[in-house]
Design a protein around this ligand. Structure first.
Ligand SMILES: C[S@@+](CC[C@H](N)C(=O)[O-])C[C@H]1O[C@@H](n2cnc3c(N)ncnc32)[C@H](O)[C@@H]1O
Length: 209
């Protein structure tokens, strides 16, 4: 059987730099030096939006190392119950290796049987909007956004991440401004040298008078 250099019992930050690199690059992040420091700079701001225990869906989860890190960075540990969807089966397998106790929380976007077992709504939905969609935000992208927003519990939030490495300054503004024009109350969570994170709370329905 082919063996991959992928830690099966992950430690949060593996001491071995090569193991760190393997985990982080499997999430499509690269850096020439200090890869875990760069990764943390680029991703940790997401944790600021996660203020209480609950479920989180990472849409486009890759190997779900982000979810594993968010458990740590928020201080919630398993109180942050991570789910992930990706269109690549290999990424779902990697996610299951990182979350061996909750393998059924990870599924491809086509695996309807597995997705039917997911909660219908989550406390948090995270989407690192893909670069090409940010650059060409249109009605099709809104369909994905709406589908994800539908999966947020009332009182929960959708968190959107814009990673700056491939973006012009104005690219994220265009999406954020469009969502605002469409009536969403977009709140800035963080704007750092590497990333912009915003969130939108899904309001509870008004109580019946
Ligand atoms: C850059 S990685 C993001 C990983 C992690 N969410 C993060 O923010 O660090 C983007 C992931 O989105 C997945 N992806 C791209 N297009 C997708 C689609 N249409 N449906 C589901 N996943 C998709 C890719 O396979 C990849 O694993």
């Amino acid at each position: 059987m082919e063996t991959r250099p992928f830690p099966t019992i992950p430690k949060f930050i593996p001491e071995d730099i090569e193991a760190q690199k393997v985990l982080i690059e499997a999430s499509y992040f690269s850096a020439d030096n200090d890869i875990h420091i760069q990764w943390e700079k680029a991703r940790r701001p997401i944790a600021l939006a996660i203020t209480k225990p609950g479920t989180i869906l990472d849409f486009g989860c890759a190997n779900s190392y982000l979810g594993r890190c968010l458990q740590e960075w928020t201080g919630l540990g398993k109180g942050l119950d991570v789910y992930g969807m990706d269109n690549q089966q290999a990424k779902i397998e990697e996610s299951r290796e990182l979350f061996p106790d909750t393998k059924d929380h990870f599924a491809t976007t086509k695996d309807t049987d597995a997705l039917n077992q997911f909660p219908k709504e989550f406390d948090y939905v995270y989407w690192n909007i893909w670069t090409e969609l940010i650059k060409n935000w249109n009605d099709q992208c809104r369909v994905i956004f709406d589908w994800l927003f539908n999966q947020v519990k009332p009182g929960g939030k959708i968190i959107l991440g814009f990673y700056k490495s491939n973006l012009e300054d104005t690219d994220s503004d265009k999406v954020i401004n469009k969502l605002k024009e469409d009536g969403f109350d977009v709140q800035m969570v963080a704007d750092t040298e590497m990333t912009i994170v915003v969130s939108i709370v899904k309001q509870n329905p008004l109580p019946i008078a």
